[in-house]
Design a protein around this ligand. Structure first.
Ligand SMILES: *Cc1c(COP(=O)(O)O)cnc(C)c1O
Length: 420
């Protein structure tokens, strides 16, 4: 598969080049030059469906006997499609059964094994996190010892539960507690890539094609799990922040998956729903909400969405409707869905639920992007009950943490990276 830049001024890249490059040299994002068309598989496990889609995407670059273990080992957990209510067509696609209980495990784990496959020198993955990304990336690379991971996080600003998911790993994972904000952490990572004075640095942020493309797998998987009678009129709602997840869904549709319409659901950071309404894309500083992994004021994958529709808002509107919801609506929904259906939503999935429940399609699916236990400070008072912690999270609460403290300057980061 060849990759081109959304900005249109960079040379074509191979899968390996795009995987290790981060953004394209012209500042655009890499996108597949041409998406293959496939007949959507039905039945089968997530691994089976993922392998069928991966084969269509990557067969030019990786032989099947090498690709299959990459798929099977990275995606060895289930992503069940759970019907809610009494056969009224609403379903939750639970993407949170990976090791860190958020959907980012899918992309991060596949990317890690893809990188290991193409790696021909020592590499350090450098990543800044406010929670979910650091834990998913650290777990994805943990034990793949040819690659070292360094996670930067703002001291005191990541919840203990989130922090322990990456600080208790040890081995090839180092954690740096930065005396500063998340923006400081991100600035330091950006500077490290820009200075080009450190060897073998690799980016694992959400614009990496290695994370984007495997997210198409679970859209096919949701379809594969539906009864034949439920496949006719199908809408899918994706709770969104940087819109990588939704972009993967749009790509799956391009590849032949018969989804009628996507609902792009956001919290009050409604840049994309506003674009769909007015045709104007107007990034602005993000606002803090309960669904904090979606607090994004300048969604990084918007360039890819625009590229898919040749810059036409009318064309995008045929496939995507936008909806935005407040924290108040999020709280009400967590409470009401628990009371009516006995189902516990995290704040991000609650926004997905809201979007899907406004659709008129016979079958409506929302992507449940995080386990409610990860947001139990918000969820438990609303449902007036405990949310049991999954075993992996429980275990990390008792293990020792491996953390180095660092001030928020580039010299300290460089010293750490070159001396340890
Ligand atoms: C990252 C994240 C999102 C947003 O996904 P995007 O691909 O950035 O749109 C939604 N929910 C949760 C729980 C996340 O961690």
């Amino acid at each position: 598969m060849r990759f081109v830049s959304t900005a249109g001024k960079a040379p074509e890249a191979s899968l390996k080049e795009a995987l290790f490059a981060g953004p394209a040299p012209d500042g655009g994002l890499y996108v597949p030059e041409r998406l293959p068309t496939i007949a959507p598989p039905v039945g089968g496990s997530f691994g089976d469906t993922a392998f069928a889609v991966a084969r269509a995407l990557f067969s030019d670059d990786i032989t099947e006997d090498v690709l299959e273990p990459i798929v099977r080992e990275s995606l060895d957990f289930d992503l069940p499609l759970v019907p809610l209510g009494d056969g009224d067509g609403l379903h939750s696609l639970e993407l949170f059964h990976g090791p860190t209980h958020a959907f980012k495990d899918v992309g991060a784990r596949f990317m890690a094994r893809l990188m290991l496959h193409f790696l021909d020198r020592e590499a350090t993955v450098l990543v800044a996190t406010s929670g979910d990304t650091g834990s998913a990336v650290a777990h994805a690379f943990f034990g793949l010892d040819a690659i070292r991971v360094v996670v930067l996080f703002p001291r005191g600003k990541v919840s203990e539960l989130q922090r322990r998911l990456f600080t208790t790993l040890g081995g090839n994972v180092s954690s740096l507690s930065v005396d500063g904000t998340f923006d400081d952490c991100q600035r330091l990572v950006k500077q490290a890539f820009a200075e080009r004075d450190l060897q073998g640095l690799v980016s694992a942020n959400s614009i990496n094609v290695g994370r984007l493309l495997p997210q198409t797998f679970y859209y096919f998987h949701l379809y594969a799990q539906l009864d034949a009678s439920a496949r006719g009129s199908l809408d899918v709602c994706t709770p969104s922040g940087n819109f990588g997840n939704l972009t993967a869904g749009l790509m799956a549709k391009r590849m032949g998956l018969p989804i009628s319409q996507f609902i792009a659901a956001t919290n009050v950071n409604d840049i994309v729903p506003a674009y769909l309404k007015t045709g104007a894309f107007e990034p602005r500083p993000s606002i803090e909400t309960l669904s904090n992994a979606m607090d994004v004021g300048n969604p990084s994958n918007f360039a890819r969405m625009l590229w898919l529709y040749d810059g036409s808002v009318e064309a995008m509107r045929r496939d995507v409707v936008g909806r935005a919801y407040t924290d108040e609506q999020t709280r009400e929904t967590i409470q009401a869905v628990h009371r009516r259906l006995g189902y516990v939503l995290d704040p991000h999935s609650a926004i997905g639920y809201l979007g899907a429940s406004e659709s008129q399609a016979a079958t409506r699916v929302f992507l449940a992007t995080a386990h409610p236990a990860k947001f139990r400070e918000t969820v438990e008072p609303l449902i007036n009950d405990k949310v049991p912690l999954p075993p992996a999270i429980q275990e990390s609460a008792t293990r020792p943490e491996y953390v180095s403290a660092m001030s928020a300057d580039y010299k300290s980061l460089k010293e750490f990276l070159t001396s340890s």
